[in-house]
Ligand binder design. Structure first.
Ligand code: NAD
Length: 287
């Protein structure tokens, strides 16, 4: 590292709290080193109380940009100059790009999800998706899928604090895109079965399956799956959730959230550097 950093090295940050556990610094720095690009990526402990100063610092230091994670994703937009269409519709930003002092907010989580599908030869464009979730990850997926040309999205969520956000997402998709979105109660299991039976792909975009909800599944049992249904988990720790093992038993093609994580990073990497992240190398390193 000491040999790599010079007076010319450009800085990219990650603003979140807590953040020391993040795998993003290792991922981006490995990609910079592998391609011989003169950038360094560092994590900064920034919460809502220091976010505005941190963005001012980014401007003052002429940093190339930054990632933004919780608790700042839905707050940082007000300190930026522009938002991408997806960031505007999601009401969230995970990537800031600094172009000659103009700061643009992007959200690459949904781009990463759609790219991970492509990478697995899954083509959902013009087809129907059923998805559970209305939090940060699910909203980004729903908005990007609608913008990219998914024909219909059935969204299921429990009646918790995310319900209003789900209503808002459905409204925006129906008003601003050509996709038809409908919201259903995740507790209505017969409706869930009906919508899954009519879909090309089912996505668990909730934290169910991951700690502290490990061993649980948004889909009650195997009878909800048919072999042709493609089943995707957004969680990636554990790599295999109860839902994915059930789907695999039925013979469904499945995918966990690792691809989405890698490709959201690759999309941000491209925005900052103009270069493709070395995906095959990164897959080897991450595994
Ligand atoms: P969030 O807190 O914003 O949203 C949580 C979602 O889970 C909401 O829809 C909520 O209604 C639902 N939920 C919570 N408890 C539930 C329960 N008992 N039953 C049914 N639904 C329940 O979280 P998030 O940031 O959207 O993250 C969701 C999951 O996605 C997490 O597992 C996270 O690790 C993962 N994630 C993955 C990636 C990736 O790149 N693969 C990116 C972001 C998040």
């Amino acid at each position: 590292m000491a040999e790599r950093i010079t007076g010319h090295t450009e800085l990219i940050g990650l603003m979140a709290y807590p953040i020391r556990h993040s795998s993003s610094p290792a991922m981006h720095n490995e990609a910079f080193a592998y391609l011989g690009l003169d950038y360094a990526y560092l994590a900064f402990e920034v919460d809502n109380s220091t976010l505005e100063d941190a963005v001012k610092g980014l401007r003052a230091l002429k940093m190339v940009g930054s990632n933004v994670s919780m608790p700042n994703k839905t707050v940082v937009g007000q300190y930026l100059d522009k938002l991408s269409p997806a960031a505007e519709l999601c009401g969230a930003v995970n990537t800031i790009v600094n172009e000659d002092g103009v700061l643009t907010g992007h959200i690459t989580d949904g781009i990463g999800f759609m790219q991970a599908l492509k990478d697995n030869d899954i083509d959902v464009i013009g087809k129907k998706m059923t998805i559970a979730g209305a939090g940060g990850a699910a909203t980004a997926i729903e908005i990007q899928a609608a913008l990219d040309g998914v024909k219909e999205i059935s969204i299921f969520n429990i009646h918790d604090k995310f319900w209003a956000n789900a209503e808002e997402t459905v409204r925006k998709i129906n008003e601003k895109t050509n996709c038809k979105a409908t919201l259903y109660d995740l507790d209505d299991k017969e409706k869930l079965r009906e919508e899954m039976n009519d879909s090309y792909i089912f996505v668990n975009g909730t934290g169910v399956g991951m700690k502290p909800l490990e061993g649980m599944s948004v889909v009650p049992d195997k009878s909800f799956f048919r072999p042709e249904l493609i089943v995707i988990d957004v969680p990636y720790s554990p790599l295999e959730t109860k839902m994915r093992s059930m789907a695999k038993e039925v013979g469904c093609k499945t995918m966990n959230g690792l691809g989405m994580m890698l490709f959201q990073g690759a999309a941000a990497f491209k925005l900052w550097t103009g270069k493709e992240m070395p995906i095959e190398h990164m897959k080897e390193v991450l595994n």
